[in-house]
Design a protein. Structure first.
Length: 188
């Protein structure tokens, strides 16, 4: 009688504990599937002393050994660049922009190209209205780099997730194009 009771108590305990761990892992699995994916390109034309009309980015801070016309040596360490770049749906600079990528990057490592990004995608089109905010480390030598989607407004209210960056093209220190694969794990 006593041992029977113990066995059923044990069984109940096992059922409860396996049940709860199963639902816990289900929840985690669900949260790892994005609720929305988006792909954009943006184009950064850095001022180089000759392209004031075309430039969409400017060096606004440089270390003592550099200047604000040319990115500094030592992997551009210490340079701070502000940008207002067109966002396109394909990889063509001349496609109609669907929004602007606005923010800054700082080069923050001396012995390898690495930047830190803080910027927003700002949309005001019939397709999208609102903004998506990004932040994170960008180790440029990596083929793909993940940065955080830390929030959003408008159509992207309270969005969070990850954005995978890929350098799609670059021309010296004057132009680069990034492909941005956005995966949102929190959507409203
Ligand atoms: C400036 O942009 C125009 C078109 O947007 C392009 O045709 C031209 O080559 C660019 N000029 C420079 C100096 O980058
Ligand atoms: C900026 O620095 C570069 C190389 O470090 C140099 O060639 C250029 O003349 C400098 N420009 C100005 C305006 O000081
Ligand atoms: C968005 O576009 C509309 C229509 O072109 C304009 O009235 C509005 O001021 C714009 N909003 C922002 C935040 O730029
Ligand atoms: C850089 O790439 C490596 C391997 O390709 C990957 O494991 C790592 O997560 C990447 N780092 C970042 C910050 O994306």
């Amino acid at each position: 009688m006593g041992s029977k009771r113990l066995t059923s108590a044990l069984l109940l305990f096992l059922l409860v504990s396996t049940g709860s761990s199963a639902s816990h892992s289900n929840w985690r699995k669900k949260a790892r599937e994005p609720c929305k994916t988006l792909v954009f390109y943006f184009h950064d034309i850095i001022y180089n002393g000759h392209n004031a009309k075309n430039a969409t980015a400017a060096i606004v801070g440089a270390p003592s050994w550099g200047n604000r016309t040319i990115l500094a040596g030592q992997d551009h360490f210490g340079d701070l660049v502000v940008f207002d770049d067109p966002i396109t749906l394909d990889n063509n600079l001349h496609s109609t922009p669907v929004g602007r990528a606005q923010g800054f990057y700082i080069y923050d490592k001396k012995d390898i190209f690495t930047a830190w990004l803080g910027f927003s995608f700002v949309f005001n089109s019939t397709e999208h209205k609102g903004s998506i905010n990004f932040a994170g480390a960008d180790p440029l030598m990596n083929k793909t780099r993940d940065i955080s989607v830390i929030g959003g407004t408008g159509d992207f209210f309270m969005s969070r997730g990850v954005a995978t960056l890929m350098t799609d093209a670059f021309e010296g220190d004057v132009y680069f194009r990034l492909r941005v694969d956005i995966k949102l794990y929190e959507c409203w």
